[in-house]
Design a protein around this ligand. Structure first.
Ligand SMILES: *Cc1c(COP(=O)(O)O)cnc(C)c1O
Length: 359
């Protein structure tokens, strides 16, 4: 059955069930699922008018733990269980740990997460804690944390569930299958998304490549990746020792899937460009205020890039553009309060409230 038919029938069983034969899972692997995937592709007519294109938002914030990481994590954890592993570990800028902790709880595994201290949005930290993960903040950045868990996993006692685990990429490629189905069997012309550790752009490109065969489509989109200006190693062509950006989910100076991102960019005739924090925050507020879609700051980077390209006259008129919104805005409410001041209280009387509303 197609995804659309499954959705209509109410029988959606999650990424592993829907796409198992495409996922390179060992035979007999269990289906560990929180019914992830099948996320909405939301038309964005106001932003579309502004850039002169047909823009759709693939809102991955609607996954069970609020980010696209679930799409890969369900497959990685299903694989970990199949291999007899009892412990999973990851480094995280937040969402990987939230997702790993939830799926570990679901599967009855222990979960260890190593995070850069003081740099994780509160919502994500809360998720890892409530799902019972062992959370270990380190005095370093994401790249340091990833180095540690890679070594930990080499002992063979724990399975690494960062996107260097190929099953993460396998799961995340399914976003492309869904987009093709949701657009009625055709790929978009352009697919925009934020780039941090670069697993997701690698995975989406793999998915579009497989879609040539799976859906019999005859072309693939140009992949447009956005890095934060203070954490843009791929754009600059060199590692960034101390990456800086308010978009903490993409605060990464040495992406593990660097080669995959470059291959996706070059084979697709795409681009990977930097967007400033100010541009990211403008796009973040625009998405919420004109389209009604609340994503986290890093997620808005793809829209920021699309707006920049439109301003430069580089968006082909009428192109179909899909932008992945990688995570939900509720992960990081502190950011809103820093951006927009909460008004002072007034007396609880009509004559005090009405003027505030200009009524
Ligand atoms: C993980 C993450 C990214 C970056 O994805 P990569 O695969 O590391 O490039 C972007 N946005 C959000 C919200 C994320 O959680």
């Amino acid at each position: 059955m197609t995804m659309d038919a499954l959705r209509r029938s109410g029988a959606w069983g999650g990424v592993v069930e829907a796409f198992r034969e495409r996922l390179a899972l060992p035979a007999g692997a269990p289906t560990i699922t929180l019914l992830e995937g099948n996320t909405p592709l939301i038309p964005a007519p106001t932003i579309g008018d502004r850039v002169g294109a047909d823009v759709h938002l693939k809102f991955e914030g609607m996954n069970p733990t609020g980010s696209f990481k679930d799409r890969g994590m369900c497959v990685a954890v299903s694989g970990a269980v199949a291999s007899g592993s009892k412990v999973i570990v990851c480094a995280s800028t937040g969402n990987t740990s939230a997702s790993a902790a939830a799926y570990a709880a679901r599967a009855g595994l222990r979960c260890g997460v190593v995070i850069p201290e003081g740099q994780i949005a509160l919502g994500k930290l809360a998720q890892a804690l409530i799902h019972g993960a062992s959370v270990i903040p380190v005095e370093g950045n994401f790249d340091d944390a990833l180095g540690i868990v890679r070594e930990l996993a080499e002992t063979g006692e724990a399975t690494l569930v960062n996107s260097v685990n190929p099953l993460r990429i396998e799961g995340q490629k399914t976003v492309a299958f869904e987009v093709v189905e949701q657009l009625g069997g055709v790929p978009p012309d352009i697919h925009c998304l934020p780039v941090g550790n670069a697993g997701n752009i690698t995975a989406a490109w793999l998915g579009y490549t497989e879609a040539l065969e799976v859906y019999g489509v005859d072309r693939r989109p140009a992949m447009w990746g956005a890095q934060a200006a203070g954490a843009a190693p791929i754009v600059r062509g060199e590692r960034v020792e101390r990456p800086q950006t308010i978009a903490t989910a993409i605060r990464i100076g040495n992406p593990a899937s660097w080669d995959g991102a470059v291959a996706a960019r070059d084979s697709s005739g795409g681009t990977i460009e930097a967007v400033t924090d100010a541009e990211i925050l403008d796009a973040y507020r625009l998405l919420a205020s004109v389209e009604g879609v609340f994503c986290e700051p890093a997620s808005a980077a793809g829209v920021a890039l699309l707006l920049n390209k439109a301003a430069a006259g580089e968006v082909p008129p009428g192109a179909t553009v899909v932008v992945t919104l990688t995570g939900h805005g509720l992960k990081d409410p502190d950011r809103v309060v820093q951006e927009i001041e909460l008004p002072a209280s007034v007396r609880a009387e009509l004559d005090a409230v009405a003027p505030r509303l200009g009524l």
